[in-house]
Design a protein around this ligand. Structure first.
Ligand code: ZN
Length: 429
């Protein structure tokens, strides 16, 4: 069995989750040799460990607990990396007291920090480029925006699901700021909301989902290019057509008009100031759409052929640094599909509470790999690397590495239209 790797930059919550899962693996492996016929001691051990982890994760998230710690910056863990006393007293605590009433959840000081960051760097830099363009500034600006885009997009992921991230008394700014920052990061106005909340979560990677991976052989590069290409070239038409096919004419009109308004704005800006528009808006726009589809492929490339409509079996969980520390626990994608309104800090807790169900449903949990590398490893058919990143749960623990590789490969199999008719009878396809 491949060892569990603990990245030193894991969040504290992820470390606790991983330790809990590793404990379950060790108990099962050790007892399998010595105490084969007794399931009860294994069960008791699992429960003890689960309850301890749940209590610790609860305390970290509960503002009334002495152990509660808000997230202030993605890169900083105040639980494990205490700051010098004077920094804490004169800088950090006043900052937290200033930010907490502004954000919607007391944990989310980090979102205030990020808005500050974008409005003190991205916005003035973009304005300056439109006033006085230089190539070096244009390139540096685009690189800066690309370094922000993952974290920003997942912050906006909470915004679109919860209709805001700030305290209700700041509703106006909360509603308006995405119109400024979204295009700077490559999002056309409101498209993330209409595509993701009103369409992707409604369909859940099922046959009517425009971003569904079902009809593709997920380890085939040509299929992947078709998937990205279709979205890239036709989503402006496909999304309104999808809403029309569901009888949601209002949503079709809104999605189309926002998208076309953005295209018209982009065309106007290109005429007014070509170079600044290319670096500030066009390059981020063209790159983000590839990134979104690479991410979606990674999130939904493993689909269990037996039950493809189960959230446990059509998505995965990642315990890794880029997805969870820097992208607001985006690795807990199954947990997110189970409850799209769940707050990002609650995902590790929900996962540990439900881990027996995850195990019984043969859900897949990986560590030390992000969605982009999941996509790369699948497309290069490197099932060994993927199997080594698997954190086995339940029956997966007794599988050999070769069995895990074969299991993962079988989950990338393309569904034919006949398969889809059988597996999704309610769709009446
Ligand atoms: Zn979502």
């Amino acid at each position: 069995m491949a060892d569990i790797f603990y990245d030193p930059n894991l969040t504290q919550a992820d470390r606790l989750v991983l330790e809990c899962l590793e404990g379950d693996i060790k108990t099962r492996v050790e007892r399998a040799d010595t105490d084969r016929q007794h399931e009860d001691p294994i069960r008791a051990d699992h429960l003890d460990r689960q309850n301890t982890t749940i209590a610790t994760l609860n305390a970290l998230n509960d503002p009334k607990s002495a152990h509660f710690v808000p997230t202030v910056l993605n890169g900083l863990d105040l639980h494990t990396q205490p700051l010098p006393k004077w920094v804490n007293r004169w800088l950090l605590q006043p900052y937290v007291r200033l930010a907490q009433p502004v954000v919607r959840h007391e944990t989310d000081v980090v979102m205030f920090s990020h808005l500050l960051l974008y409005f003190t760097t991205s916005v003035p830099s973009a304005l300056f480029l439109f006033w006085h363009f230089t190539w070096i500034h244009g390139i540096a600006h685009t690189i800066m925006q690309l370094s922000y885009v993952g974290t920003y997009t997942l912050m906006q992921h909470q915004h679109i699901h919860q209709r805001g991230i700030l305290n209700k008394s700041f509703w106006l700014f909360d509603a308006v700021y995405p119109y400024i920052t979204d295009p700077l990061m490559g999002h056309s106005w409101n498209s993330y909301y209409y595509h993701h909340v009103k369409h992707h979560h409604v369909e859940g990677n099922g046959p009517d989902d425009l971003s569904s991976t079902l009809r593709y052989q997920r380890d085939n590069v040509w299929h992947f290019l078709h998937y990205v290409g279709r979205f890239y070239v036709l989503i402006w038409l496909d999304l309104p057509r999808y809403f029309l096919s569901k009888g949601k004419t209002g949503l079709a009109l809104k999605a189309a008009s926002w998208e076309f308004t953005w295209y018209a704005t982009l065309a106007t800006l290109l005429r007014l100031n070509k170079h600044a528009t290319i670096f500030v808006f066009l390059i981020p726009f063209l790159l983000l759409r590839v990134g979104l589809m690479v991410g979606n492929w990674g999130q939904h490339c493993f689909v269990d052929f037996d039950e493809p409509d189960s959230d446990y079996r059509s998505s995965i969980t990642l315990i890794d640094v880029p997805s969870n520390r820097h992208c607001f626990n985006d690795g807990y994608h199954t947990s997110h599909h189970l409850n799209p309104l769940r707050h990002w800090r609650d995902h590790p807790l929900a996962f540990v509470k439900g881990k027996d169900l995850y195990a019984s449903q043969h859900a897949l949990t990986f560590h030390n790999i992000d969605y982009i590398m999941i996509t790369v490893r699948v497309l290069t058919k490197n099932y060994r690397a993927l199997a080594e990143c698997l954190v086995p749960m339940g029956d997966q623990i007794s599988m050999t590495m070769e069995e895990r590789m074969a299991m993962l490969e079988s989950h990338t199999r393309q569904f034919t239209e006949e398969d889809i008719r059988r597996k999704f009878p309610s769709k009446g396809q």
